[in-house]
Design a protein around this ligand. Structure first.
Ligand code: G3P
Ligand code: CA
Length: 308
């Protein structure tokens, strides 16, 4: 994932200071983590809808995260829960169909559901997006996507189907793959399958494996994406010490970080990205954070941030 470049003017000032005060000691450059909108901006708009990623775009949030599942008749749709009840009006429209599993409904049925009213009246009529339409909107918004295969064990073959859908939508070109897409899952088996099908696409394993397990995971994943509550600087160092399938150090994207101070603390620990329900809040807090740790000034050529 490409990190936000440090402002060029500030970099130039620091280079000048380095020239005036002599060469800095060898020291790792501090980095501002990327901010990723978790299911869009779910504190402002109904999660995993087009309204939610449009809100992210309006707030200047470049990366969005989503969850992909499959209907009974094989359509890929964007929804977090494996049932439709919490985020749609399915209980009212189909009262006899509890527990309302996504996998038990056809696309036509899912498309009739209101996925916005539960959140607020002004979102009435918002739909559960088909992945195809969602990808079109992310493209239109010039955003980047952290796509989660949600509970893929329920949907045999979904990895191959996802590859086909990404290809049809124009998401598997070299530039797109390099800059705009990461596919993640809690399910290591599914991620291994996806990586075998498209080894060029970056992947993320959700969870916090022990340091001893990281080398095995690095065969198929570029990122290790943990619950932020258990993250320590030492664990992050152990993740960064291992190289992934594309030859770069494994990255860490921590979730779910909704507090600015916590985002800054995680940045100081070395996380590469924070996944947030309030990305506008953490993005602002991180922008305030001085990327230069206390000590002599360091030059910050933009190239230093050219990781993924
Ligand atoms: O991206 C991290 C996060 O989405 C994982 O948990 O349950 O929100 O999909 P969940
Ligand atoms: Ca998710």
């Amino acid at each position: 994932m490409r990190r936000r470049p440090f402002p060029a003017a500030a970099g130039a000032l620091l280079c000048l200071a380095a020239l005036l005060f002599g060469a800095p000691p060898a020291r790792a450059a501090a980095r501002i983590p990327v901010t990723i909108g978790h299911r869009g901006v779910p504190v402002r708009a109904p999660e995993n809808t087009l309204a939610s990623i449009d809100t992210a775009a309006r707030l200047g949030v470049r990366w969005v995260e989503n969850d992909v599942q499959r209907t009974r008749d094989g359509a890929l749709v964007v929804l977090h829960d494996t049932t439709l009840e919490r985020t749609t009006d399915v209980g009212r429209r189909f009262p006899g169909r509890a527990p309302w599993r996504v996998a038990d409904f056809s696309l036509a049925e899912v498309e009739r559901l209101d996925a916005g009213s539960w959140f607020g009246r002004r979102f009435a009529g918002e739909r559960v997006p088909m992945l195809k339409r969602y990808l079109q909107r992310v493209t239109h918004n010039r955003q980047r996507l952290l796509l989660e295969l949600k509970s893929p064990g329920r949907y045999p073959g979904i990895e191959r189907q996802l590859v086909a859908e990404l290809r049809r939508a124009g998401w598997l070109g070299a530039a797109r793959v390099r800059h705009d897409l990461v596919v993640q899952s809690f399910d290591a088996r599914s991620l291994r399958i996806f990586h075998a099908l498209r080894p060029d696409v970056r992947t993320g394993l959700l969870g916090a494996p022990k340091a001893a397990e990281l080398r095995a995971d690095a065969a198929f994943t570029d990122q290790i994406n943990p619950d932020q509550r258990g993250v320590t600087a030492g664990w992050i160092r152990s993740v960064h010490a291992v190289r992934g399938p594309h030859g770069s150090p494994l990255e860490v994207s921590a979730w779910t970080v909704d507090d600015g101070d916590r985002a800054v603390a995680l940045a100081r620990m070395g996380v590469d990205a924070v996944i947030s329900n309030a990305p506008q809040v953490v993005q602002a807090a991180l922008a305030e954070e001085d990327p230069v740790p206390p000590g002599p000034p360091l030059p910050f050529p933009e190239a230093a941030f050219g990781v993924f």
